[in-house]
Design a binder for this molecule. Structure first.
Ligand code: NAP
Length: 282
């Protein structure tokens, strides 16, 4: 097996399996993305989700609001979707314009339809080890680790970045697999002293090539979540070429974690469909 973790390939086989399951259903699962305003990166992400959903036979609805929409108006729209039995998954595409409180808005989504796993209820359930919708990117990271048979038991995993979207959910997912977890962030002093200890290093910061060869241990597994768009090119948080020889496994950017995020989003939508239709399927 190559040391380069092929997220694209794994995501394709997950989507193939999802398509097979969807083909057998009496109706199409429906995924709704709510967009407010016209953030350029969001447009790209939404387009990718739309293509991925339609490729596996899932219905995709893109609801686009003017950036002047108020918090109450937006909540009203989410409420309608919460109460619509034909809608299985709801995403509010972030970032929202500054006048809208993202946390309040996200928490308005029915937790069973919160396929991004970002409501306080789902994050709390994750922390306490209850069944829930889990955040797509960390779930995708865990899936990659599993697919490559990378054992987490007793391993020291160092996470760089502590966001609700990536770093924090990962803490609990990794602890559940018996890893020893260290979390670092922008206020961490002497970052390198932590990254050098990592058997598995997971980086989710948003700074091109923050992690270089001298910052990792020989044979470490490197998972790069970062996406940095600079002059039309995409870079990770890890200096891939520089680190490649020293790592035992490494995710590239693109084609590493990114495609897994979308695959997990589709998987969660199907999970919600099964729950709403009381179909007992994992
Ligand atoms: P975020 O909310 O901005 O969080 C970034 C984290 O990095 C924060 O915890 C911050 O610390 C920490 N940080 C910033 N500078 C640092 C430094 N010099 N050293 C150590 N830690 C530092 O970002 P996010 O939403 O988690 O996303 C992180 C990256 O992943 C971005 O590039 C994003 O585009 C990418 N991403 C990719 C996917 C995917 O599908 N591949 C999905 C989601 C996100 P503080 O908490 O102290 O500020």
């Amino acid at each position: 097996m190559s040391k380069i973790i092929d997220g694209k390939e794994i995501s394709l086989s997950i989507k193939e399996e999802l398509k097979k399951q969807i083909d057998k259903l009496p109706s199409k699962p429906v995924l709704v993305v709510i967009q407010v305003g016209n953030n350029e990166a969001s447009n790209v992400y939404i387009k990718n989700k739309k293509i991925a959903a339609s490729n596996i036979g899932m219905e995709f609805k893109h609801i686009h609001f003017d950036e002047r929409i108020t918090e109450n108006e937006l909540k009203e729209q989410i409420n309608k979707l919460n109460n619509d039995n034909n809608i299985n998954g709801i995403i509010v595409q972030l970032p929202l314009p500054n006048h809208l409180n993202s946390k309040n808005i996200i928490n308005y989504i029915d937790p069973n339809k919160d396929i991004d796993g970002l409501t306080d209820i789902n994050l709390g359930k994750l922390m306490s080890g209850s069944e829930c919708m889990t955040s797509c990117t960390p779930t995708g990271v865990m899936q990659l680790i599993k697919e490559y048979n990378i054992d987490l038991g007793g391993k020291h995993v160092v996470i760089v970045g502590r966001s609700n979207l990536v770093g924090k959910p990962l803490i609990h997912m990794l602890l559940d697999e018996d890893a020893t977890v260290t979390v670092t962030h922008s206020k961490t002093k002497d970052l390198i002293s932590f990254t050098k200890q990592a058997d598995i290093l997971i980086v989710a910061v948003g700074k091109k090539h923050l992690i270089t060869n001298n910052m990792i241990k020989e044979g470490a597994v490197i998972i790069d979540v970062g996406i940095n768009r600079i002059d039309g090119k995409i870079y990770g948080d890890v200096d891939f070429e520089n680190v490649l020889n020293k790592a035992s496994y490494i995710t590239p950017v693109p084609k590493g974690v990114g495609p897994m995020t979308v695959a997990m989003l589709l998987k969660n939508t199907l999970k919600s469909y099964y729950m709403m239709n009381k179909i007992n399927k994992k």
